[in-house]
Design a protein around this ligand. Structure first.
Ligand code: ACO
Length: 426
């Protein structure tokens, strides 16, 4: 049997043959690289619903089953048995670290987490009411100027160091963006704190490093807060060829610096159809306000003449429960009492979920809660303001973007991303 597909142009009966490439998991692809040369036509796939843009060995999603794996390991295992730094190591090195490798990796990230003092000026130029995502994207692009001579884009030996540097610095960049937005002095990381704890420290600390002091004494960062945020980072670490990752690969394809590619990825993530949804979900839950209003908003979401959409519902790839959403829902239930989760928002969210999962409109369109539906309630309990929800997504996803950048660069068959068009103008 030939591993090919034959297409017939019914206008003239001509047939064309294309090779099929099999995947190790999931759907095979038809290689249409010669389509134009053979037929004189382009293919059209608005929004890339059926198009594989690259080969990859990093992340696998089975959207029908609701399955997600990084380097072959299921997300449930990573979220419950491993931490975010182990997950970063796995994505970058294709295997989990042993104890010694993890200690080295952790120490290196701690040492690289500081920001050049001049970078403070980038944040200072932004108005204080600017969204932290704007400052984060700009500062990440600016970082390319600070690490330009350190990188030979053609030398694979430089890639891992560039990766570890940007992963280490992203929490500091995000914390600086936040502190500027509230007019607070910048706090550099504390070398004695772990990756995830350090981020909470940089958001919360007073100059000199003290945490908030109440009548009951100093409010130290709780282990449970670190664990919750670390899980959120792990769940966001990579998600194959989504809009922001595709943007990163597109910029990579022109030969640009990896940090400007990641800056472009940050911009792509900001939109509410993508990473910006986590902020929109909580704003929407607050707007709905009470459980008895849920029906009214569900009706609006179903009305074809109303642009209103239920934020945190639906996904291009998952046509089943997003496995990350399941993990966060469990985490939310575990944290309910210990972290004083906003029970009103939780009640509204639970009611929306209950109605939507039993409603024909959502069932027939396979619209399930996605990761953003639950993350906001947990982040709110960690005292993280809404404007920082998407920057937190950025921190988690940085490892995915840089791993995908490396994979693109190492692919001997890589090409500049240059799609064609169906021209309908004059
Ligand atoms: N609320 C109500 N209806 C919806 C929703 C929703 N959240 N999402 C999709 N639909 C409906 C559409 O109106 C459409 O209905 P129709 O067939 O009657 O026209 C149908 O479901 C298919 O929707 P599309 O927009 O074609 O699906 P697509 O795969 O292109 O979009 C997306 C996926 C962008 C995520 C969409 O579901 C959405 O806007 N969701 C809300 C925003 C959100 O939560 N984004 C986060 C995604 S996860 C992430 O990026 C981390």
């Amino acid at each position: 049997m030939k591993n090919t597909m034959t297409m017939i142009d019914n206008r003239n009966g001509k047939s064309y043959e294309f090779n099929i490439k099999d995947a190790t998991r999931g759907p095979s692809v038809v290689d249409i690289g010669s389509f134009y040369a053979q037929t004189g036509m382009f293919t059209y796939d608005n929004g890339f619903t059926s198009t594989a843009s690259c080969k990859s060995t990093i992340t696998f999603i089975d959207g029908e089953k609701g399955e997600l794996r990084y380097r072959g390991i299921k997300i449930e295992e990573l979220a419950t048995k491993h931490n975010y730094l182990e997950t970063c190591y796995l994505l970058l090195n294709s295997e989990l670290p042993n104890k010694e490798a993890l200690v080295d990796f952790d120490l290196e990230l701690r040492h690289r987490s500081l920001l050049h003092e001049n970078l403070k000026n980038i944040f200072a130029t932004f108005p204080t009411d600017a969204h932290p995502m704007a400052a984060l994207s700009a500062a990440t692009a600016a970082l390319s100027a600070f690490y330009y001579s350190h990188l030979n884009i053609a030398d694979e030996n430089d890639y891992q160091e560039m990766a570890r540097r940007i992963i280490a610095k992203m929490p500091t960049l995000a914390a600086f963006a936040y502190r500027h937005s509230i007019g607070a002095p910048f706090i550099q990381p504390d070398i004695e704190r772990s990756f995830t704890e350090n981020f909470l420290y940089m958001l919360r600390a007073y100059p000199g490093g003290k945490m908030h002091i109440g009548k009951d004494g100093e409010h130290k960062i709780k282990e449970i807060e670190i664990k919750a945020l670390d899980t959120i980072f792990t769940l966001h670490a990579d998600h194959e060829q989504n809009a922001s990752t595709t943007t990163v690969r597109g910029v990579a394809s022109t030969g640009a610096h990896p940090y400007v590619a990641i800056s472009a990825g940050i911009s792509a993530l900001w939109g509410r159809a993508h990473g910006g949804a986590n902020e929109s979900v909580i704003k929407q839950l607050e707007m709905i306000g009470s459980v008895d209003k849920v029906d009214e908003f569900i009706a609006r979401a179903k009305d074809p003449d109303d642009a209103f959409r239920l934020m945190g519902f639906g996904h291009r790839v998952y046509k089943n429960f997003d496995p990350r959403a399941k993990i966060l829902k469990n985490l939310q239930d575990q944290l309910k009492d210990e972290l004083n989760l906003d029970s009103n928002l939780m009640k509204i969210a639970n009611k929306i979920e209950e109605i939507a999962l039993n409603d024909e409109y959502f069932i027939s369109r396979k619209l399930y809660p996605n990761i953003d539906f639950y993350s906001g309630i947990i982040l709110t309990a960690l005292q993280i303001p809404k404007s920082m929800f998407t920057p937190i997504f950025v921190i988690g996803r940085t490892v995915g973007w840089i791993t995908q950048w490396i994979e693109f660069k190492k692919d001997k068959e890589n090409k500049i991303a240059r799609p064609r068009q169906l021209y309908l103008g004059k």
